[in-house]
Design a binder for this molecule. Structure first.
Ligand code: HEM
Ligand SMILES: *[C@@H]1O[C@H](CO)[C@@H](O)[C@H](O)[C@H]1NC(C)=O
Ligand SMILES: *[C@@H]1O[C@H](CO)[C@@H](O)[C@H](O)[C@H]1NC(C)=O
Ligand SMILES: *[C@@H]1O[C@H](CO)[C@@H](O)[C@H](O)[C@H]1NC(C)=O
Length: 334
C-alpha cells in the first residue's frame, strides 16, 4: 500500500522500496544516525545515561564496552552475535579464546536493553546499543565524539569459530593482524587508529606473558620491550600462575582516552606484542604511530572515522535478522 503511486510523501519516504534504493546509494551501507529519530526519539539519551552511570561506578566499563563492539563487529558483522548466551541452538561466542574470562559489559547492555524495551518495545537493536555505547564510553573518558550510523538488526545465530579465528590474537604477527582487518574491509590506518582503543582498559597477564619470558621460543624476553618495564611486569605476571592478574594497557593514563598509548609504544612500553609491532614491523604503521603520538587531534579524527568504518561491517538491515527483546537470546529461543 505504502508503495502505491498515490501514497503520502511521508509514507513514500519510509516505504521499503524507496528505502532499498537509499540503502544502495548511501555511503554508510544503509545505516544512518537518525534511524530512531521517529521510532524511538529518546533512544540515544537512554543509552547515554545508563552508560554514564555504569562508567561513573567503574571507569573500566568504558573500555569494556568499546571492546564489546569490536568483538561483535569482527564476527559475522555488527549484529550482536557476541551477546547471545548458550542455548539449545546457540554455541555462545562468550566461550571463545579471545572472549572467555575476558569480555565484559553484558550486564550494562542488559540494563540498556530493558530501558529501551520499556520506552519503545521491539524497536532498538542490540547491535545498535553496542555501537552507541562504544561511542558514549569513548566520550565519557575524554575521547572524540562521532555520529553513530544506526539501523543494524540482530543476528539469528552466533559463530564461535568466527570468534576464535577472526579476532586478532595479541601474539599474532603484524601481517596476520593486517590480514584479519582486511578481511573485514578495514585498512592499515584502521588497524593503527583502532589499536588506540588500548589507551584505556586492562589486560590479563596471560595475554602478554609470552613476551616476558619466551617471546620467540629461545627463552628470552621480547627484545622490543623496554627492559625496566619488562622487569616491572614480571613482578605481577610470573612464569606460571597469576593468569588473571590485571595490567593497564596504557600504564601512564589508564582511565583516560588520550594518545599515551602511542607515546608508550615509542618508549618500548606497549603492553601487548600486537601493540609494539605497530612500531617495529612496518614503516607504514610506524609512521602512523609517530603521527598519533605527536598529534592527539589527528588520532581522535582517525579513531572516530575508523570506529564508523568498523561499525559498518556487514550490518543486517531491512528485513534481515530481528530486533531481540533480550540481547542474550533469540526471540524464538526458550
Ligand atoms: C589490533 C588487534 C587487537 C588485538 C590483538 C587486541 C587484543 C587485546 C587483548 C589481548 C586485550 C586484553 C584482554 C584480556 O587479557 O582480558 C585487549 C583489551 C582491550 N581491547 Fe584490544 N585488541 C585489538 C584491537 C582492539 C580494537 C580494534 C579495539 C577497539 C577499538 C580494542 C579495544 C580494547 C579495549 C578497550 C580493551 C580493554 C578492555 C577491558 O578493560 O575490559 N582492541 N585487546
Ligand atoms: C557453552 O557450551 C559449551 C558446551 O556446549 C561450553 O564448552 C561453553 O563453555 C559454554 N559457553 C559458555 C559461555 O558458558
Ligand atoms: C600465541 O599464543 C597462543 C596462546 O597462548 C599459543 O598457543 C601460541 O603458540 C602462540 N603463538 C605463537 C606464534 O607464539
Ligand atoms: C620456550 O619455548 C620453546 C618453544 O615454544 C620451548 O621449547 C622452550 O622450552 C621454552 N623455554 C623456556 C625457557 O621456557
Amino acid at each position: 500500500m505504502a508503495n502505491s503511486m498515490g501514497c503520502l510523501v511521508l509514507l513514500c519516504l519510509v516505504s521499503p522500496l524507496l528505502f532499498a534504493n537509499a540503502v544502495r546509494s548511501h555511503p554508510w551501507g544503509g545505516l544512518f544516525p537518525q534511524f530512531y529519530d521517529h521510532s524511538c526519539p529518546k533512544a540515544k539519551e537512554i543509552v547515554q545515561s545508563i552508560v554514564a552511570q555504569a562508567v561513573a561506578k567503574e571507569t573500566r566499563m568504558a573500555a569494556s564496552l568499546v571492546r564489546l563492539h569490536f568483538h561483535d563487529c569482527f564476527v559475522k558483522g555488527c549484529d550482536a552475535s557476541v551477546l547471545l548466551d548458550n542455548s539449545s541452538s546457540i554455541v555462545s561466542e562468550k566461550g571463545s579464546n579471545p572472549n572467555r574470562n575476558s569480555l565484559r559489559g553484558f550486564e550494562v547492555v542488559d540494563q540498556i536493553k530493558a530501558a529501551l524495551e520499556a520506552a519503545c518495545p521491539g524497536t532498538v537493536s542490540c547491535a545498535d546499543i553496542l555501537a552507541i555505547a562504544a561511542r558514549d564510553s569513548t566520550v565519557l573518558v575524554g575521547g572524540p565524539y562521532w555520529d553513530v550510523p544506526l539501523g543494524r538488526r540482530d543476528s539469528l545465530g552466533a559463530s564461535i569459530q568466527g570468534s576464535n579465528n577472526d579476532i586478532p590474537a595479541p601474539n599474532n604477527t603484524l601481517p596476520t593482524i593486517i590480514t584479519k582487518f582486511k578481511l573485514q574491509g578495514l585498512n592499515v590506518v584502521d588497524v593503527v587508529a583502532l589499536s588506540g582503543g588500548h589507551t584505556i582498559g586492562m589486560s590479563r597477564c596471560t595475554s602478554f606473558r609470552q613476551r616476558l619470558y619466551n617471546q620467540t621460543g629461545n627463552g628470552m624476553a621480547d627484545s622490543t620491550l623496554d627492559v625496566s618495564y619488562a622487569a616491572q611486569l614480571r613482578q605481577g605476571c610470573p612464569r606460571s600462575g597469576g593468569d588473571n592478574n590485571l595490567f593497564p594497557l596504557d600504564f601512564v593514563t589508564p582511565a583516560k582516552f588520550d594518545n599515551f598509548y602511542y607515546k608508550n609504544i615509542l618508549a618500548g612500553k606497549g603492553l601487548l606484542s600486537s601493540d609494539e609491532v605497530l612500531l617495529t614491523k612496518s614503516a607504514e604503521t610506524a609512521a602512523l604511530v609517530k603521527a598519533y603520538a605527536a598529534d592527539v587531534n589527528l588520532f581522535f579524527q582517525h579513531f572516530a572515522q575508523s570506529m564508523v568504518n568498523m561499525g559498518n561491517i556487514s550490518p543486517l538491515t531491512g528485513s534481515q535478522g530481528e530486533i531481540r527483546k533480550n540481547c542474550r537470546r533469540l526471540n524464538n529461543d526458550h
